[in-house]
Design a protein around this ligand. Sequence first.
Ligand SMILES: NC(=O)c1ccc[n+]([C@@H]2O[C@H](COP(=O)([O-])OP(=O)(O)OC[C@H]3O[C@@H](n4cnc5c(N)ncnc54)[C@H](OP(=O)(O)O)[C@@H]3O)[C@@H](O)[C@H]2O)c1
Length: 323
Amino acid sequence: MTDLSGAPKLDTLLDRTIVPGYTRLGIVLRRRNRPADPEPGALRGATAMVTGANSGIGKAIAEALAGLDASVILAVRDRIRGERARQDILTTHPDADLTVTECDIADLASVTECTEGLRERLPKLDVLIHNAGVLPPERAETADGHELTLATHVLGPLLLTDRLAALLNAAGDPRVIFMSSGGMYTQLLAVDDPEYRKGRYRGATAYARTKRMQVAFTPILAEYYGPQGISFHSMHPGWVDTPGVAAALPGFHRLIGPLLRTPAEGADTAVWLAAATPTPPSGRFWHDRRPRPEHYLRRTHYTNGELWRLWLDCRQAARIDTG
Ligand SMILES: NC(=O)c1ccc[n+]([C@@H]2O[C@H](COP(=O)([O-])OP(=O)(O)OC[C@H]3O[C@@H](n4cnc5c(N)ncnc54)[C@H](OP(=O)(O)O)[C@@H]3O)[C@@H](O)[C@H]2O)c1
């Protein structure tokens, strides 16, 4: 049985001091006291889908889920990169059941098309991991006219979840996981300007704002789809050495360098949330296998009214049928 309640004092201290906790040190120092690993073969018979599975943390998640015997769908926007990742994972797990599906999560038509294919061929979906992420250098809009980080981190995942809800509902213990970021702690909920049209655009701010939305929406998703038996979790992976970080934050990548976590270490909590027994409680925000506060700063708090307004606006922007 996993004890999720009293996080040891050292664990809490690491969380609050950020720099040691988010690096490899956090993983090493917490290792002895963390909740137990999923059992070998924990996901045998389960199907899991991971967005952005061709690189970095997403690829490491796909590999770890395959290592627990799940059938894994690598949802990618570039089939060739997806096939390359599939071949790489097959070198460590030659018997793994891996399929590549094209899904540009920032493009609502692509999300719809991909879910139509999945609904035709799958009887159920046990795990859905919203991992795809971007930190753009300047403001960009998608084909649907939405700001890129909003579309990638919020609108696409909301639509994907909604269109796969029936498949998730058909699984015994379905779980949906959002790969958020500790950067969200710095940001308010952008209720009045979710598309980041006002003020000077900074990619890191847009990224953190939309990662804040993922965490804020997790309890609502848990409430909305919970009666269908689906549990929702958001998490942050710490600071991880991935192609995305090296490209978007080269200075940070150089500065923290060897202290960055490996992709497998960054994947750990997502894999644990997907496979742990008993099912971790729904609607919470996690890091290193423990629930974490959603706020450290008083100024980032929001009202329920603001949260629901943004939720409804985003569902409408994602063209989710609210009828
Ligand atoms: N690394 C960290 O320290 C860190 C910290 C906190 C949170 N995170 C989060 O962890 C997740 C993975 O990041 P990473 O560091 O592993 O970065 P990464 O190596 O850049 O991986 C990002 C993945 O997302 C995919 N992606 C981006 N836009 C997409 C779209 N529209 N449709 C489908 N796939 C798309 C990318 O595909 P392409 O190869 O086609 O671009 C890539 O596979 C992100 O959500 C990120 O915000 C990372």
